[in-house]
Write a protein that binds this ligand. Structure first.
Ligand code: FRU
Length: 510
């Protein structure tokens, strides 16, 4: 892929000495101020330098781990490491040292992590189970030499809850014998009915399923997706899990497939399929892609393994490969979405995966209520806040606008005739850093349950907006880079507005 090619030459010294890791790269520093222009205050972003996909999302022994694709020497993509942070509540994060460094087998690309409770791999003990990370090695030398087998899967384990990792000496555990160029992003999970591990890999523009009893030896079981869903780009970062349908009477399996390019609003996006999994094969009657988030800035999202509750928690990278490396931040670049709970519901007879910030997030806020007569609302909480409002059904055209005194505005319009939401960020602030950033309206088909009203919730954090309709039935996440902080919002509608509120969201780094 183009973006992996451009740093190949630069990276060769990295892998020159066999089996020696480059450890002297500067890791994240806990003392970083988090005060830079555009720096998000209540989302996770790395202390410094470049970040992309969330990796190895796993809960273990009181900690939610967030590993992530990390390049500690620049604010653009480079030889990939796994950065690391942990959280007790998914709200506040502690930055940790880099977990995995590139070595003679290649860069450390995306993957997942599990707690090996039955000690199937023999790395730990029953009393101290190993945390096992599975990731893709990307060999930049092989790629540069024009080979096809430069991506393969490997494991590493930790016996101290993610503080340090040892790479398995038998790596790679899934070699690339068939010489497939895009062969990556392992998602592993424990499949209880057959007491085995299941692995999903992204393979060109489809996915392959494998099984293992010990995380070290893998057998291929099946393929999915050649004829189904979106194929405008490479399939990346898969995930598969069960969700109850609404009241829990029935369960379905949800397969998440990230794709780049080929998303509905350009570049990177997250499609999903609702179906069944019998331990060997994923099947669905769905033919067209469904999209988890219609905004351009939610990519490579996956969910937590071993979560302490039944909640299925998702985190995505709040950016897009079309312009992610060009955004006007210095020192650090890009952030994660808020952790979102995934639920499965039926709307108009169709399965919809809703995604909505975890409950604990809003519970700690103290919103101030307003009436329609108070609009427009001028308050500096807008730039780092939660905004709520409710409108009656049938929903009529309306326009939500937020902005600043310099004339920057970002708007969300509902167009009833088309049953669509449209976000316009073309006047939101700096846009010229990439011609892909603000070249069109960002459009989402409006999905919400029938009822008396529809609830809208917006989370704004300096340079990001996450827009949720009907608790996540329609979602759009977008970045924007204003000339000065936004400090007002308005809602233009002839309909009756209720439940208007604004809450300042406290920063998590203080
Ligand atoms: C997704 C992705 C993955 C890959 C990683 C490399 O954004 O392209 O497929 O493992 O990023 O950083």
């Amino acid at each position: 892929m183009k973006r992996y090619a451009y740093l190949l030459l630069l990276s060769i010294p990295f892998i020159a000495c066999k089996n020696q890791e480059k450890k002297e790269a500067p890791g994240p520093v806990a003392t970083q101020s988090y005060n830079e222009e555009y720096r998000l205050q209540y989302h996770f972003s790395p202390p410094a330098h470049w970040m992309n996909d969330p990796n190895g999302l796993v809960y273990n022994d009181g900690n939610y781990h967030l590993f992530y694709q990390y390049y500690p020497e620049d604010t653009k993509w480079g030889p990939m490491h796994w950065g690391h942070a942990t959280s007790k509540d998914l709200i506040k994060w502690d930055n940790k040292p880099i977990a995995l460094y590139p070595d003679s087998l290649g860069y450390i690309f995306s993957g997942s992590a599990v707690v090996d409770k039955h000690n199937t791999a023999g790395f730990g003990t029953q009393d101290n189970p190993a945390l096992v990370a599975m990731y893709t090695y990307h060999d930049p030398v092989g790629a540069q030499e024009g080979k096809d087998d430069y991506q393969y899967q490997a494991i590493a384990y930790s016996l101290d809850n993610g503080e340090t990792f040892t790479k398995y000496e038998g790596n790679p555990v899934v070699p690339n014998d068939e010489k497939i160029k895009d062969f990556r992003d392992p998602k592993v999970f424990w499949y209880e009915p057959e007491e085995k591990w299941v692995l999903i890999l992204s393979v060109l523009d489809h996915s392959s399923f494998y099984e293992s009893k010990d995380l070290k030896t893998w057998q291929k079981m099946s393929d999915f997706g050649l004829e189904v869903g979106a194929h405008g780009g490479v399939w990346e970062c898969p995930d598969l899990f069960k969700l109850p349908v609404d009241d829990g009477a029935k369960e379905k399996w949800v397969l998440i497939i990230n794709i780049n390019p080929g998303a509905p609003n350009g570049g990177s996006g997250t499609q999903y399929f609702v179906g069944d999994f019998d331990g060997k094969k994923f099947t669905t009657t769905q033919t067209e892609a469904k999209w988890l988030d219609w905004g351009p800035d939610n990519y490579a999202g996956v969910t937590y393994n071993n979560a302490p509750t039944d909640d299925r928690i998702f985190i995505g990278w709040m950016s897009n490969w079309e312009y992610g490396q060009e955004t006007p931040t210095e020192k650090w670049r890009s952030s994660m979405t808020l952790p979102r709970k995934l639920t499965l519901t039926k709307i108009d007879g169709d399965y919809i995966v809703k995604n909505y910030p975890i409950k604990a997030f809003a519970e700690r806020l103290t919103p101030k209520s307003y009436t329609a007569e108070d609009l427009p609302i001028k308050d500096k909480a807008v730039q780092q806040g939660e905004i709520r409002f409710t409108l009656p059904q049938p929903l009529k055209d309306f326009e939500f606008t937020m902005g600043n005194a310099s004339g920057d505005t970002l708007s969300i319009a509902y167009v009833a005739a088309e049953k669509e939401f449209k976000i316009d960020r073309s006047k939101s602030g700096l846009t010229g850093f990439s011609d892909k950033f603000a070249n069109k309206d960002l459009v989402a088909p409006a999905v919400f349950a029938k009822g008396e009203t529809v609830d809208f919730v917006l989370y704004v954090d300096q340079s990001s907006l996450e827009f949720f309709v009907d608790e996540g039935a329609t979602v759009m996440s977008v970045q924007f880079f204003p000339h000065e902080s936004y400090d007002f919002f308005n809602i233009d509608t002839e309909n009756k507005l209720t439940n208007i509120s604004l809450a300042h969201v406290p920063g998590i780094w203080e």
